[in-house]
Design a protein around this ligand. Structure first.
Ligand code: NAI
Length: 452
């Protein structure tokens, strides 16, 4: 009998397992595939490994602009994928070691909740039954494959792929069609564009980047159009064939030829086949319903990470797992979703936290938007020939609090946590002015915005 069984060893599950075990709860972690989940094995880390190689290659291609001559620069995609596999292996091994060190028992296999009886919750893995007083469900999400005619068949034949298969692919498609101009679509479009594929992004909305600030999404679009990516915005995919994707654009039928189709139209929570119905856990639109502490409708059962369908980011999952464990231990804690940053690892990077120009309008918040070019930063100018990055700081009129920060430009991914602290701590413009930012850096522009 364990104090806690955790289903799923991704960022929510493994982090919660470590915290719980270190706090004295005997913890069993059940993982059906590899520790690290989607983030480590087929999401964040492999993608960032590929994108870093592409970035090096991009720099090499543009080295002349910086006075460096690298005329024979080339990239070997198969070697990049091999390196990605080594990076993933190392990190997955690291999680295993972490679990061991924390005293977490790890079981490899698919877990299914069987019942709740007077002793607690019973979870079946193969022929084995495990029992615990509490359950934490962290089963994550998987790529959604919508019912577009021909898409399922294309996935089965290998012509269409999701984030999982594309990261394993060792050949470079000459023509890549990407369905969905969200985060996955843009990051993969960025990689394959850099290494030489002809990429077409098909997006049903009239903009890319989903909830990204409109002005920033437009700058990103302009940058990628310049790099040669084709965008079909406001396009409806009508069918996926064996060598092309059929779309409807401005009322006309358009055929996009491709060697490979990436389906990146969002993700679906993994709630099927894990026995939720056996103990009556409530789901809504396929995701487990939780409160700010990760509690489900069933006492003793928590859920964290993508499976709750709230924010679907690895770092949110991390925090949600931690909050759920704190709640189990009787410690007051809650996730503050508004101060969770998000990043798109394109080149240039996009990073954001808090309210957007669009959300303040929708919520009727009286706020001003301070928009500055990153060219105010000496370092940005030195390192970004022709760069058109910006930062936008959203400040509420009544109290001068920083409500949101949005950036496009490299290092944005590393800078945004500082902005998230401003939002989380409800800092005022006057408070931020008291901080000294290092010089020369790109982040200085955020401080500059406090004096606008
Ligand atoms: P997403 O929700 O970011 O984007 C999906 C896009 O597909 C949307 O723009 C949507 O309008 C479009 N779309 C939906 N159906 C369509 C159709 N039939 N035809 C054309 N376009 C269609 O989802 P995505 O990119 O699959 O990513 C999934 C999750 O993974 C997201 O929650 C994302 O935040 C997370 N993720 C985060 C990353 C990061 O933090 N850097 C990297 C990759 C993924």
């Amino acid at each position: 009998m364990y104090e806690l069984i955790i289903l799923g060893g991704g960022p929510a599950g493994y982090n919660a397992a470590e915290r719980a075990a270190k706090s004295g709860l005997s913890t069993l972690l059940i993982e059906g595939r590899a520790l690290g989940g989607v983030c480590l094995n087929e999401g964040c880390i492999p993608t960032k490994t590929l994108l870093y190689s592409a970035k090096i290659f991009d720099y090499a291609k543009h080295s002349e602009e910086y006075g460096v001559s690298l005329p024979n620069a080339s990239i070997d995609h198969a070697k990049v994928v091999d390196r990605k596999d080594r990076v993933v292996k190392q990190l997955v091994g690291g999680i295993g070691a972490k679990m061991k060190h924390a005293g977490v028992t790890v079981v490899n296999g698919r877990g299914e909740i069987v019942e709740r009886d007077s002793e607690g919750f019973k979870v079946k893995v193969g022929d084995e039954i495990y029992a615990a007083k509490r359950l934490l469900i962290c089963t994550g999400s998987e790529a959604a494959v919508p019912p577009i005619p021909g898409l399922r068949e294309a996935v089965a034949s290998g012509f269409a792929v999701t984030n999982r298969e594309i990261l394993k692919m060792k050949t470079v498609p000459k023509k890549l069609a990407v369905i969905g101009g969200g985060v996955i679509g843009l990051e993969m479009a960025s990689y394959f564009n850099s290494i030489g594929s002809k990429v077409t992004v098909i997006e049903m909305l009239d903009h890319i980047g989903g909830p990204t600030d409109g002005e920033i999404a437009a700058i990103l679009l302009k940058n990628y159009k310049k790099k040669g990516v084709e965008f079909m915005l406001g396009a409806k995919v009508t069918a996926v064939g064996t060598k092309s994707v059929s779309c409807e654009l401005d009322g006309k039928a358009v055929e996009v030829d491709a060697d490979c189709v990436l389906c990146a139209v969002g993700r679906r929570a993994n709630t099927a086949g894990i026995g939720l119905e056996n103990i009556g856990v409530l789901t809504e639109r396929g995701a487990i319903v939780t409160n700010e502490q990760g509690r489900t409708n069933i006492s003793g059962v928590w859920a964290a990470g993508d499976v709750n369908g709230k924010s679907m980011l690895a770092h949110t999952a991390y925090r949600e797992g931690e909050v759920a464990v704190n709640d189990m231990l009787g410690k007051k804690d809650a996730v503050r979703y508004i101060s969770i940053p998000s990043v798109i690892y394109t080149n240039p990077e996009v990073a954001a936290v808090g309210e957007t120009s669009e959300s303040i309008k929708a919520k009727g918040i009286e706020a001003e938007v301070r928009s500055l070019t990153l060219r105010y930063s000496g370092r940005y100018v030195a390192e970004n020939e022709g760069g058109d990055g910006i930062v936008k700081v959203i400040v509420d009129k009544a109290h001068h609090r920083v409500l949101g920060v949005h950036m496009i430009g490299n290092y944005a991914s590393e800078i945004i946590y500082g902005a998230a602290m401003m939002v989380e701590n409800e800092m005022r413009v006057e408070d931020v002015r008291h901080f000294v930012f290092p010089h020369p850096t790109v982040c200085e522009v955020i401080r500059e915005a406090m004096f606008e």
